[in-house]
Design a protein around this ligand. Structure first.
Ligand code: DGY
Length: 303
């Protein structure tokens, strides 16, 4: 009897360049057509997989996340059951760091507003107001992981000073703050680059925003869950901070009305890793991890 192809569940809509090669090797299903024989699950970075859902798949061996963030996966629960988890680090670092820099530039130089100004024909009646330079300003990075470091290197090239906060100081040439409020008080731009999940839930709260201050800008390219969005909206409305540049939100793709109507804020639909090149590299890493698992080889990027 030929051996059954492993059943792999797509826990989110996957791009064709991942789904098609998966279909060539595995029995690929969606939740509605899945069976108790599912041996692998492929979610996206932000997909939430509850323990209740996972418990319905007693033969589950591996969760291969197409994303660097695995905050939607209950890691300790998986570990207890010997379910392996992989993600797609490194291949997306440059793209996500580029989007952070783009948000810093878009907010400081008011690029979205000036683009709208021109399209609205207002240039004929006068010049666009002055904006703010980056040179000499402080970028405070919350979470100096791979992406945080790539952001720091890029912003240094723009003449900015770099400071950071995380669980511990790192072997890095930048100023470490053991306290997030103190980092925010020092920063012109507070840049969220830490993982999401229970440990970082609403770390950026009303107090941190008050410390960032009325000349400060909040940038978030990590997870919406790290920022208290209600406090952020209040801070934007009251002028507690100058503005925000956000690629991620608490309840994507739903963005609260308070942010939608804030003209000064620059809001992007979670496009950090959304390039042809990077998404293909992420897809290939998912395929390689699945192949390694089913061939009994070492995983390439285990969590
Ligand atoms: C990730 O890889 O986690 C990005 O946020 C895309 O979801």
């Amino acid at each position: 009897m030929p051996e059954e192809r492993p059943e792999v569940l797509m826990a989110a809509p996957l791009p064709d360049f991942l789904r098609q090669p998966m279909e060539a090797v595995y029995r690929v299903c969606e939740l509605a057509s899945s069976s108790a024989n599912v041996r692998a699950i492929v979610p996206l970075g932000g997909t939430v997989l509850s323990k209740e859902l996972l418990a319905g798949f007693p033969k589950l061996e591996i969760i291969s996340v197409m994303g660097v963030g695995y905050d939607g996966v209950p890691i300790p629960w998986c570990k207890e059951r010997g379910i392996r988890v992989t993600n797609t680090p490194d291949v997306l670092t440059d793209d996500v760091a580029d989007i952070a820099v783009a948000l810093v530039l878009m907010t400081s130089r008011r690029l979205i507003e000036s683009n709208r100004f021109l399209h609205d024909g207002k240039w004929l009646s006068g010049a666009f107001p002055l904006a703010h330079a980056l040179r000499g300003k402080v970028a405070g990075i919350l979470g100096l992981g791979r992406i945080g470091k790539a952001i720091a290197q890029r912003l240094e090239a723009h003449g900015m000073k770099i400071a950071y906060h995380g669980r511990k100081p790192q072997n890095a040439p930048w100023n470490y703050f053991d306290n997030l409020k103190a980092l925010a008080a020092e920063s012109d731009f507070l840049i969220v680059a830490c993982p999401g999940g229970p440990g970082t839930q609403k770390l950026v709260n009303a107090d941190v925003l008050a410390s960032l201050g009325s000349e400060g800008t909040l940038i978030n390219i990590a997870r919406g869950s790290v920022v208290d969005e209600t406090a952020l909206i209040t801070a934007l409305e009251n002028g507690t901070i100058r503005t925000a540049g956000l690629d991620v939100f608490e309840d994507e793709p739903r963005v609260p009305a308070g942010l939608m109507k804030c003209e000064r804020a620059v809001l992007l639909p979670h496009v950090g890793s959304a390039t042809h090149e990077t998404r293909r590299a992420m897809a290939n890493l998912v395929l390689d991890n699945l192949a390694a698992h089913f061939a009994g080889r070492e995983l390439i990027t285990p969590v």
